[in-house]
Design a protein around this ligand. Structure first.
Ligand code: GLY
Length: 339
C-alpha cells in the first residue's frame, strides 16, 4: 500500500486484543521506519487522561517528533484516544487511523474528532484535527462479536435515518444483523456522507450536529450507565454505545414527532425496527434515573444557554440540526419508552 508517508519512526497505539489477532498487519503496510507498539486496554473507561499521559510519556521517552507518525489501530476508543494524544503531543504530530470495528470505520475514525472522557462525561476534552489517512479494511469485520456489530450498526441506522432512505429500506429488510450482512457499499456511503458534512463544517459549528442524531440522549444514557457500572463494580458495560445510541434515536425520533416534524407512522416504524435489532433495549426508567439522565443531557456540548440541542428528523432520510427542547420535554420523551 502506498501511503506517501516517510516517518522517522512510528508509534502504533493499539487495542491489545487487535494486536493479538493481527500481529503482522502493521508490517504489511510496508513502512521503512522503526515501530514502537503501545497497547491500550479496550473499554470506554480507558479513554482517560491517565492513558493519555502514559502515551505522551512514551512518545517523549522514545524521542518522537513532528517527523514521526502515530498509527491508531483498533476501534473507536483507540482512534479517539490515540488521535487526541497525537494531535496534542508537540502541538500535533501526524497520525493515521486503521479502524478495526464497524463503529470506527463509519464514524469514530473519520472526521478528525479526537477526544477523551472527563469525570464520567463522554468526549469532554479533545481536539479537531484530521488524520493523514483512514485505512478501511473490511477484513476486520469478520472478527467482531455480535455486540460489536450492534455497536456500529447503531451508527449505520443513524446514517440511514439522517440521509439515505434507500439504506433504511435495505436495513428494514433484515431480520437481524450479522457480520456478513454488512455491505462494503453501505460503509463507503456512510464514510462519504460523513466526509461531505465534515468538509462543510469541520469545526462543528452547526451542520455537523446532524451527525449527532440520537447522541444527545444517547451519550447521556451511556454516561449514566457507565457511572452505574463503576459504582456496582461491573466488569462489562450494561449499555454499550450502540445500545445507547439506538435508545437515543428512538427517544429523539419521538421528540421529532412531538415537535410536529416527523409523522407518527414514521416514528412508530423507526421504533419497531430499532427494537427488532436491539432486543434487550432498556425500556423502564425510574423518575430519579430520568432526572439524572436529563441532567447529563444538559452537559452536552451542542447546548446553548442551558437549552438541550437535538437533531430532529423531518422524515426518514432527512434530518435538520439544532432544535432546542426543554428538560421537561426530554424527560417526557424518555418516559414514553416505559409505555
Ligand atoms: N460523531 C459525530 C461527529 O464526528 O461529528
Amino acid at each position: 500500500m502506498d501511503l506517501e508517508l516517510t516517518p522517522n519512526k512510528i508509534a502504533v497505539i493499539a487495542d491489545q486484543n487487535v494486536l493479538q489477532l493481527f500481529p503482522y498487519y502493521i508490517d504489511s503496510l510496508g513502512f521503512d521506519a522503526p515501530v514502537f507498539v503501545f497497547s491500550v486496554l479496550p473499554g470506554e473507561q480507558n479513554k482517560s487522561i491517565e492513558e493519555a499521559v502514559y502515551l505522551w510519556q512514551n512518545l517523549l521517552e522514545n524521542h518522537f517528533d513532528k517527523q514521526s507518525l502515530v498509527i491508531n489501530f483498533g476501534g473507536g476508543m483507540v482512534s479517539d484516544l490515540g488521535g487526541f494524544v497525537a494531535s496534542t503531543y508537540q502541538r500535533g504530530i501526524p497520525f493515521i487511523n486503521i479502524p478495526t470495528t464497524l463503529l470506527g470505520m463509519i464514524d469514530a475514525a473519520v472526521g478528525g474528532k479526537n477526544v477523551i472522557n472527563l469525570n464520567g462525561v463522554k468526549n469532554m476534552v479533545g481536539t479537531i484535527n484530521l488524520p493523514e489517512k483512514v485505512i478501511i479494511d473490511t477484513l476486520f469485520l469478520k472478527t467482531l462479536s455480535p455486540l460489536q456489530i450492534l455497536d456500529g450498526f447503531g451508527e449505520m441506522i443513524k446514517y440511514a435515518l439522517i440521509g439515505n432512505e434507500n439504506l433504511w429500506h435495505e436495513i428494514n429488510n433484515l431480520e437481524n444483523i450479522k457480520n456478513q450482512d454488512i455491505k462494503k457499499e453501505w460503509i463507503d456511503w456512510c464514510v462519504s456522507f460523513k466526509e461531505k458534512i465534515v468538509q462543510e463544517d469541520l469545526y462543528d459549528q452547526g451542520l455537523r450536529h446532524i451527525l449527532n442524531f440520537g447522541h444527545t440522549i444517547g451519550h447521556a444514557l451511556e454516561a449514566y450507565f457507565m457511572q452505574k457500572d463503576r459504582d456496582e463494580k461491573k466488569s462489562f458495560p450494561t449499555v454499550s454505545h450502540g445500545h445507547a445510541v439506538a435508545l437515543g434515536m428512538v427517544i429523539e425520533s419521538y421528540l421529532s414527532y412531538r415537535n410536529g416534524l416527523l409523522s407518527q407512522s414514521a416514528f412508530e416504524e423507526i421504533r419497531a425496527v430499532i427494537l427488532r435489532f436491539y432486543k434487550n433495549l432498556i425500556k423502564d426508567f425510574s423518575a430519579s434515573q430520568i432526572k439524572t439522565i436529563v441532567d447529563l443531557c444538559v452537559l452536552d456540548k451542542k447546548n446553548c444557554n442551558g437549552r438541550i440541542n437535538i437533531t430532529m428528523l423531518e422524515s426518514i432520510g432527512h434530518a435538520t440540526p439544532n432544535h432546542f427542547v426543554s428538560e421537561e420535554e426530554c424527560a417526557e420523551a424518555i418516559m414514553q419508552m416505559n409505555a
